[in-house]
Design a protein. Structure first.
Length: 590
């Protein structure tokens, strides 16, 4: 039997060697959209009444025989781009919902430690002896504390079954004594590089594992079946298409049940994604970030130069690095102690020289570099690395370098990020709501530092390259959740500027593309552009703020194909607009 490293290389060569030959792709149709309001985002022609699509691109006039689609007052905007999402994990959450919790315990709604223990105990009663008990979605804030829990309640609920519960941020695991024993974790076990083992005052492990400490136990957790994983990728893609998304940057598969770990065979997950797309084209385009260091990244970088295009819908675009963890579990690396726990300043995962070394290899291979950096120390290290890479390569387009999350930075690093021109992939939904008292940033970092937490409006005013993402790795929110958050949350682009200006900025952050090679792509709907658009029930640029959450996606058009449509809107479409032109509804054809 091949070793894991050899197997990964074989899988990767098979995937890359397959290129575009993944089975037939549906042809894009010729359409004429009329009877509604087209918001083009083109300053020269911001509003149109009709829009023609020919061979998958926007045309100046309708082609002969184009199918007419009556909008009946609906509003068309450019297709949405999610710049940071985890497809596998979104799909696993949706599959778990559909199958009534078969895969894991959903802890997102728990409100007490006793409730967690009760759910674990109930799972133990139905599970085979010694079987793993897994769950995801807990947050200590949900039961009224900022202190991370110990494992005494888990030990009582599951004395003989190993338990692993992933925190809502995906950067902390909560385990019982049985799991610690399986991982060989004792009071004398040192913290692994890039990780931390939570400890009681006695020095014994508390049951909390941060960052790479999770890798001491996650390889032992049985993953979902290949069938479940393949189904999960399709469920996630369809769910995002139904929310108006045409393209995503997949920020890496988080191993089951949803925690950052670099030990699994990521090449196998990539093959399962390709398999899902091969069966029928996914309704969204996927730009894949390959987590590193990992066996898959080593295989990708060691191989000869070749196309990174896996199919018409899938391509490898970035190497994904991790400079630190998350603020919620106090794993984000800070230059100072946490305001609510002076004993820690977070968990740095990579040094500047490590980011530079992997960054060079990625750029040499024709890939971009995307580094997770949330705390101000992690942001500093990442910008130090990017500044060095840009200095070494004077002609390098800085948009090939991304910082994922850019949540909190030193004063001087705001200006440096803008000066360097790197892409800041942000999540407006991370920001606190205006009524939160104290806001999350104040709780973790102190009132004096809160203005520098999730400071999207300030960065936009400074001229930063901003890209909006969701960071979904569980069930997704409503279609315009990120857009609404950008307009209403603390420090976001909405407060403090004219409403019309804020709405245009927020919509552009969700529609502009930043490819790994080449300049940012303007999303405006003008002749010659790829026909990526979403048809909405109301105008997001003028609807009252209170009504934005209720705006429905009627249809999503991906490169001229109907990728999603509600049943009511589908009835408006001529048969020629769906037959063999829908991404995943070719069964409608006679």
């Amino acid at each position: 039997m091949a070793s894991p490293k050899v197997y990964t290389a074989i899988v990767l060569c098979t995937i890359l060697g397959s290129g575009r030959a993944q089975g037939p792709r549906p042809a894009a149709g010729n359409l004429l959209l009329t009877g509604g309001r087209i918001l083009t985002l083109d300053p020269a022609h911001p509003v149109a009444q009709t829009l023609a699509i020919t061979n998958g691109r926007i045309a100046g006039a309708a082609a002969p025989g184009a199918a007419t689609v009556e909008l009946q007052g609906a509003v068309v905007v450019p297709g949405l781009v999610d710049h940071h999402v985890h497809l596998f994990n979104v799909g696993i959450a949706l599959l778990n919902d559909r199958e009534h919790g078969r895969l894991f315990i959903d802890l997102s709604a728990v409100r007490s430690l006793a409730e967690v223990a009760g759910l674990v105990r109930g799972r133990v009663e139905r599970a085979p002896a010694g079987a793993w008990i897994v769950g995801a979605g807990w947050s200590q804030a949900s039961w009224g504390t900022q202190a991370l829990p110990a494992n005494d309640s888990l030990n009582a609920a599951a004395p003989d079954n190993p338990v692993f519960l992933a925190r809502t941020d995906g950067h902390a695991g909560w385990v019982n004594a049985r799991t610690l024993a399986l991982g060989g974790i004792t009071a004398s076990t040192p913290d692994p590089a890039g990780g931390a083992i939570g400890r009681l005052r006695s020095g014994e492990p508390s049951g909390i594992l941060l960052e790479r400490a999770n890798e001491l136990v996650t390889p032992r957790i049985p993953p979902p079946s290949d069938g479940d994983a393949t189904a999960a990728f399709r469920l996630a893609a369809e769910a995002l298409a139904a929310r108006g998304v045409v393209e995503v940057y997949d920020a890496g598969t988080l191993p089951f049940p949803g925690v950052v770990s670099l030990t699994p065979d990521l090449g196998h997950f990539l093959e399962l994604l390709r398999r899902a797309d091969s069966a029928a084209a996914l309704p969204i385009r996927v730009n894949l970030m390959i987590p590193a260091p990992s066996r898959l990244a080593d295989s990708l970088l060691a191989g000869p130069p070749r196309s990174r295009t896996l199919s018409s819908q899938l391509r490898i675009t970035h190497l994904k690095l991790f400079a630190d963890g998350a603020l919620g579990s106090r794993g984000a690396a800070l230059t100072h102690p946490y305001a609510d726990d002076g004993a820690t300043s977070g968990v740095p995962r990579m040094r500047t020289d490590e980011i530079v070394a992997l960054g060079r290899r990625a750029l040499d291979a024709g890939l971009g570099v995307a580094t997770h950096a949330i705390g101000d120390e992690a942001v500093k290290r990442t910008l130090d690395a990017y500044e060095r890479l840009l200095g070494e390569r004077p002609g390098l387009d800085p948009s090939r370098l991304r910082i994922e999350h850019f949540s909190y930075a030193r004063e001087e690093d705001f200006a440096r990020a803008v000066r360097l021109g790197v892409v800041l992939s942000i999540q407006s939904n991370f920001n606190s709501s205006p009524g939160d008292d104290p806001p999350f940033g104040t709780a973790r970092l102190g009132a004096a530092n809160e203005p520098r937490v999730y400071a999207w409006d300030r960065l936009v005013r400074m001229g930063a390259r901003m890209a909006e993402g969701s960071d979904y790795f569980t069930r997704p929110a409503e279609a315009l959740a990120g857009y609404l958050a950008a307009l209403t949350r603390r420090n976001a682009v909405g407060p403090g500027r004219p409403d019309a200006e804020a709405r245009l900025l927020a919509l552009r952050m969700q529609t502009t593309l930043f490819p790994p090679v080449g300049s940012p792509q303007d999303p405006s709907l003008r002749p010659g552009r790829i026909a990526d658009l979403v048809i909405l029930s109301a105008d997001p640029l003028s609807a009252p703020i209170a009504e934005l959450g209720g705006i429905a996606v009627l249809a999503t058009v991906n490169a001229g194909r109907i990728a999603y449509a509600t049943e009511a809107f589908r009835r408006r479409l001529p048969a020629t607009a769906t037959c063999r032109r829908s991404v995943f509804r070719s069964e409608d054809c006679p």
